[in-house]
Design a protein around this ligand. Sequence first.
Ligand SMILES: Cc1ncc(C[n+]2csc(CCOP(=O)(O)OP(=O)(O)O)c2C)c(N)n1
Ligand SMILES: [Mg+2]
Length: 328
Amino acid sequence: MTELTAEPSSEILVEIYRKMVQIRLNDERFISMMKAGKMVMPYYSARGQEAIPAAISVQLELTDYLVTIYRGIHDMIAKGVPPKLIWAELAGRSTGACKGKGGPMHITHPKSGCMVTTGIVGAGIPIGCGLALAAQLRGETRVTVTNFGDGAANIGAFHESLNLASVWKLPVVFVCQNNRYAEHTAFSKGTSIERVADRAKSYDIPGVTVDGNDPLAVYGAAKQAIYRARAGGGPTLIEAITFRFNGHLIGDMGEYIPKAEYQAALAADPYPKYRQWLLDHGHATAATLEALEGQVKAEVDEAVKFAFDSPLTDVAEIKRDVYAEAAA
Ligand SMILES: Cc1ncc(C[n+]2csc(CCOP(=O)(O)OP(=O)(O)O)c2C)c(N)n1
Ligand SMILES: [Mg+2]
């Protein structure tokens, strides 16, 4: 685990863990509900990537903006989107974050700052610049955190966005969650350089690569980037190296991933490692962590009940909020 000069308090460190537990337990329940045939959806699990949004979001306000992708429920949970609204959305219920019309890939919840989730690879990056520009023009201190994958860093919109954000000093933090695969293509087969963060140099902005499985490393990089953005210093690119344990989407058996690589990634799973680190360094007792895990489990049970007790979204509702209403 990285040593920071000013380590966050035990309270913050445990809060990061709480977010990681929320992400993991919700993810496990989504998958078990799918396996039981109770939910049918394209689901892109972020198991293995929990440390990244947990360590970033603990430093954000609810009013800060979040942009994420189809593999983004971990980002939303960490940012503060209530899990019950996510559950109801995934289950196609009228009480969902988008009234059951967004599904797992297109959730927004502006009250929690979750502004855009897109399935078009790279498309959210310029939208994040637009949100940051709006905040800048309004004179707000709001920061936009824009998440995307390693594959998206090869899309033209990524380059255009970094350039524009640099020129206009936009208050944005670009977070590339490099899980080493884009669908079934290994990072090295589709990317010309070893580190995505090195591309920041072309746009004269700071770029840093961190171990995305190390909450302290992510916390430290995000702290500087968020501070810089809030202070009017402009954007930063953070590349967080991680792995997604459940393939591209549920059903992907991962045959294209070398076994040794997968085993090594599993051994670096941030979830049990961080739990042990908290105990070893005296930031929490086993009893505290067990109680926290129990609370999160109860919260998941409640969210599932809320979703399945809610009515399915009415067919008449489908076109509402999609097209502008014609003036009478
Ligand atoms: C513009 C565009 N091209 C291709 C696709 C098909 N596609 C969906 S996900 C994906 C992989 C993206 O990988 P990455 O950016 O690394 O994110 P990850 O899924 O690994 O989190 C691709 C190519 C798409 N949705 N949009
Ligand atoms: Mg990827």
